[in-house]
Structures are given as C-alpha cells and as structure tokens.
Design a protein around this ligand. Structure first.
Ligand code: IGP
Length: 262
C-alpha cells in the first residue's frame, strides 16, 4: 500500500470514531458556524498570492518544526502579507489538529484553508465549526461524485473549495466540480517526487473560471514570477517557511522580495 492509501484508510477509521463521539448537532452549535467566511480565491487575486502553511511534520520530510506555536506562526504569516493560511489538521502523519485550526482562527483575519484528507461531509462541517474559510479536496483519492458532494456541501456553508490535482486524468474528472480554485500539486503524493514543471505543464488545460494555485516545493521568488506567466495566482508554501526558526520573518522577507521583482 502506498502512503496515500494508508493515510486514507486511517482517515476512514478516524472519522467513524469522531462521528460517534461528537455528533453533527454539536458541531453546528459552534459560534464559528455563524461566522461569515472570507473568500480565499478572491483574496489570491488582490494580494501577494501566497498561501503560507503551518506544517510541523510530513511523511516525506518527517520533522520540519515541532517547537513553534500555531498562533505565532499564523499571525507572523498574516503580518508578512500572506493572502491566506493553510493549517494541516491531520494528526497522525502531519502532527496537526483541529485545535490548531481554532487557534489560527483566533489569531488572524485572513482566510484559512483546512488542509486535510477530506472523505466525508462530517469533516466539512468540522472545518466550518473550527473557523475554516476553505477546504481542500484531493482528486487522487476521491471520485467525481464524492468531490461534487463535498464541494457542494462546503459551498452551502459559505466556504471556498480548493481542488487538488496532480495529473491530466485527475483534472478531467474535476472539471464539473463546483470548486473555486484548482491547485496543481508539484509533489506526487504517492512517490513524494517534486517538480514545479508539473504546474506549468497542466496550466493551459485548466479553464479560466478556476483560480490557479501551484502547490509544494516552492522555495524562491523566481519560481513564482515564472509561474505567474502561466496564469497562476496562488502559491502554497509550507516547508520553506516552516523549516526556519521564525516562519513569519521568512515569509516577510519572501513577500518583500516578490514585490521587488514584480
Ligand atoms: O511544504 P511544501 O513543499 O511547500 O508544500 C506545501 C503544501 O503544498 C503541501 O503540504 C501539500 C500539498 N497538498 C497536500 C495534501 C495533503 C497534505 C499536504 C499537502
């Protein structure tokens, strides 16, 4: 079994357990359920385009940074001029939690993406109840029908949808889904190989109604200037910031440099 299949198998078990412990009616009682979401897709069009990620560890890199707290990282990213923040909530493989999402929400006003392996509507409700403005759907692990259902349920709650693809086949099955953004993952989640050329290759095939996002392996501003020429408006960056002692400062420096070459 590849790592992605393992993560998904574990996720099914986790969601079943959670459903039994915390009913949907309780999620809907969260004060955050009434909060009006801020559109990540719209924010990408008007700002720096950087979606800065809070990621403690990953299956590909093991530990990235375990010593920071999510409030400092999130407010650091917001002050740096990020257009949005991505918060990993998977515990087993990425060291994140829904609590991280809550604390991030309490620390910033910019849109927050719940970075999770979504397989069930229950997780969409959880995202809303913990202050997310957007959810991620990964085409590699979902059918067209599942993506349609999950996207529609997120849209009903006022959240944006970032649909992640890695190849042309995944793009084709995603085109009818009600997503706001299509993200090209430069990392193959099955092999962990990273290649930014993947974004460039697939860009022309993505219809204009979707905001284009390039994800993973981005470590310099020249790569972004290049990706902008291919129509990308959003750039998801995790490790490059998180591997430093001060991700907010790293993001500040990065975004300043980005502006200077624009
Ligand atoms: O740390 P990086 O290489 O900058 O990548 C960030 C982000 O794109 C990556 O964490 C990611 C992209 N898609 C995912 C799906 C699940 C978990 C994580 C991811």
């Amino acid at each position: 079994m590849n790592i992605l299949d393992k993560i998904i198998a574990d996720k099914f078990k986790e969601v079943e357990l959670k459903k039994a412990l915390i009913p949907v009616s309780q999620l809907e009682k969260s004060v955050l359920f009434e909060r009006k979401c801020v559109s990540l897709a719209e924010n990408l069009k008007i700002g720096s385009g950087i979606i800065a990620e809070h990621k403690r560890r990953s299956p590909s890199k093991s530990v990235i940074n375990q010593s920071l707290n999510v409030q400092d990282v999130s407010s650091g990213y917001e002050n740096a001029g990020a257009s949005g923040i991505s918060v990993l909530t998977d515990g087993k493989y990425f060291g994140g939690s829904l609590e991280d999402l809550l604390y991030a929400r309490a620390s910033v006003n910019i849109p927050i993406l719940r970075k999770e392996f979504m397989i069930d509507e229950y997780q969409v409700l959880e995202a809303k109840a913990h202050g997310a403005d957007a959810i991620l759907l990964i085409a590699a692990v979902l059918t067209e029908k599942q993506m349609t259902y999950l996207a529609d349920s997120a849209k009903k709650l006022g959240m944006d949808v970032l649909l992640e693809i890695h190849n042309e086949e995944e793009l084709q099955k995603s085109l009818k889904v009600n997503a706001d953004m299509i993200g090209v993952n430069n990392r193959n989640l099955k092999t962990f190989e990273v290649d930014i050329a993947n974004s460039k290759k697939l860009s022309a095939l993505i219809p204009d109604e979707f905001v284009k996002v390039s994800e993973s392996g981005i470590s310099n501003t020249v790569a972004i200037a290049d990706l902008k020429n291919y129509g990308f408006k959003g750039f998801l960056i995790g490790e490059n910031f998180m591997k430093t002692d001060d991700p907010g400062a790293a993001a500040t420096k990065f975004i300043k440099q980005l502006k200077s070459i624009a």
